[in-house]
Design a protein around this ligand. Sequence first.
Ligand code: UDP
Ligand code: MG
Length: 318
Amino acid sequence: MAEKLLSVVVSVYNEEAVLEQFFRETGPVLENLKWNYELLFVNDGSRDKSLEIVKGMAERDPHVKVVSFSRNFGHEAAMIAGIDHSSGDGIVCMDADLQHPPACLEEIIEKLDQGYEVINMVRTKNESAGWFKNLSSTAFYKVINMLSDVKFESNASDFFAISRRVAEVLKKNYREKVRFLRGYVQNVGFSRTTIPYEAGARAAGESKYSIRKLIRFSVNTIVCFSNLPLKLGIYAGAMAAFLGLVVMIYTLFTRGGAPSGYATIVVLICFMFAILFVMVGIIGEYIGILFTELKDRPVYLVEETKNINHDEARGSAS
Ligand code: UDP
Ligand code: MG
């Protein structure tokens, strides 16, 4: 039987400060694996020297492959592009900043060999993220698990491994434009397992996720994985109707006509309009995503590749 191939997909956005160190630390681990490997860097429109660095690596080492985008498309796009261009029997997605320890790869291979098809790496500790990021991440998972019928692992990260079969599913289906790969991976089913790991601090460079990006991302994820917010309008409507009925009955049976209540009226109007506008906003979020999906623009555009042979059909090459 031919030796199996592990594809390690690494998304790279302005990571010049850390790439050499990443390669130095990951290289020996990969060399010692039971499986053969390819190291696939997806350059997500970096504006620094990242592309030159990974291209240099690809020239020196045929294990290294590069897919480079025409501009920045985001981490989600980078990960799926890596999966699309990979040819391994198992695929691992990881970050370039060494927060995902390469030492875990050995354990991942073990699990893949045991026949697991989805391996979620679960953070036991996240040193680099401040209390705010940790708290908001916990809150986010609480909310999404409450709202969605698909369940999310609360400490899952963008560090995971999948089998070729799952990769093909992600390649063919789940081609949404507004994406949350981690969510798909956790919900495709197949035999799954988890491996705990400690996320260290970022080795160098700085985080590419701003708070604003994270909020946008959270809203999108909730909209994409749950229709429950849309139903809030029905509940709010029922409540307003009930309130109206009570007030109407009260007014009818109060002697001396309706009591004067300027403040009450103003407060009620503001309150009702607030609910109404929030509902309109929620519907707007759904329509926005609907429109994005409808336009069907590409998730990413590849400008150049290195060491990637598109004709090399899997299996026929070995
Ligand atoms: N990344 C990317 N495109 C982006 C932003 C980030 O490919 O637009 C990559 C980045 O190079 C890194 C990974 O995604 O390999 C995770 O980013 P980062 O470490 O900044 O996020 P954090 O760990 O702080 O959540
Ligand atoms: Mg990081």
